[in-house]
Design a binder for this molecule. Structure first.
Ligand code: SF4
Length: 294
């Protein structure tokens, strides 16, 4: 049966029965790592930790990707619907506070039935859809009612940057539409104490030498939604990794001055819930070890 894939804005149309798509995904999902993650935003990381399932492959091509060991090649064992449902139930048994699907889009044809199967068997954790933000609205619509928390990045504003650093000149348009749809599904954040039950958290990794682009993103977000409708997570953890050294501005970490410049603008624009990071987060120590299974 033809399995031409059009799940992400690349629309590469690859028949994944025959070969891997642009994203590296084959016909079945490959899980590169499963862990109880302790370093996500506090509202989605409590109790036993966030039950993170890292899928290999990605529709973006970020030159600084901290997960490049799994995002730009296929690794891990292929898993079918039932194996994934078993895995989700096991994470719940282990005390995960949610199921955190990392880079799930290329695998949705298996993931959606796996979530439905797990729910049939009693799975009850909130589901977090953790993605780079380069998504198609028509595909996100298929997740309505299955996802509780969307956790997209908004990486770039300038198309030259998104093309050069992420391999996607249309990133801004696609991320804008995607976040609009995510917000339509979740509504504004619904919290129980400090625990996020439903909502959208937009992450932005500030890049060294590119604070103007970060500020354009914040302005843009405010133009498209009420800053009270999302939780903003301003990431300071940029560390030159992967191919970053090929790009002069990306060869260093972010300065304190740069981070504060962007954080101040976010504050002034009225984002009511903002997560910030300490300077110490800019280290490879916070990157999961993809060589180890747990
Ligand atoms: S998800 Fe992968 S295979 Fe499918 S269209 Fe996107 S890049 Fe191509």
């Amino acid at each position: 049966m033809d399995q031409s894939c059009f799940l992400c804005p690349r629309e590469c149309g690859t028949d994944r029965q025959l070969r891997s798509g642009f994203c590296g995904a084959q016909s079945l999902p490959t899980v590169a790592k499963v862990m109880l993650h302790q370093w996500e935003e506090p509202c989605i990381c409590y109790g036993g930790g966030s039950g993170a399932v890292f899928f290999s492959g990605c529709q973006m091509r970020c030159v600084f990707c901290q997960n490049h060991a799994i995002s730009q090649r296929t690794c891990g064992d292929p898993m079918d619907t039932y194996a994934l449902a078993d895995l989700f139930l096991k994470l719940e048994e282990q005390g995960a506070c949610n199921l955190n699907l990392v880079s799930p889009t290329p695998h949705l044809e298996t993931l959606i039935p796996a979530l439905e199967e797990a729910k049939k068997r009693g799975f009850s954790l909130p589901v977090v859809f953790n993605s780079g933000g380069y998504e198609k609205v028509s595909v996100l619509c298929r997740l309505e009612g299955l996802v509780d928390v969307y956790l997209p990045d908004f990486k770039f504003f300038d198309p030259v940057l998104s093309h050069t650093y992420g391999g996607a000149a249309d990133y801004r348009e696609r991320a804008t539409e995607a976040i609009g749809e995510m917000l339509r599904q979740t509504g504004s954040p619904r919290l129980e104490g400090e625990k996020l039950l439903q909502g959208t958290i937009v992450r932005h990794l500030i890049l060294p030498g590119h604070t103007d682009d970060s500020i354009h993103i914040l302005d843009h977000l405010c133009g498209m939604l009420s800053p009270k409708d999302i939780i903003l997570s301003l990431l300071r953890q940029y560390t030159p990794m992967h191919r970053a050294k090929e790009f002069p501005k990306l060869r260093r970490k972010l300065t304190t001055l740069e981070y504060h410049r962007v954080a101040k603008v976010a504050d002034a624009l009225g984002f009511s819930r903002i997560y910030t990071q300490e300077k110490e987060s800019a280290t490879e120590d916070y990157v999961p070890d993809f060589q180890k299974n747990n």
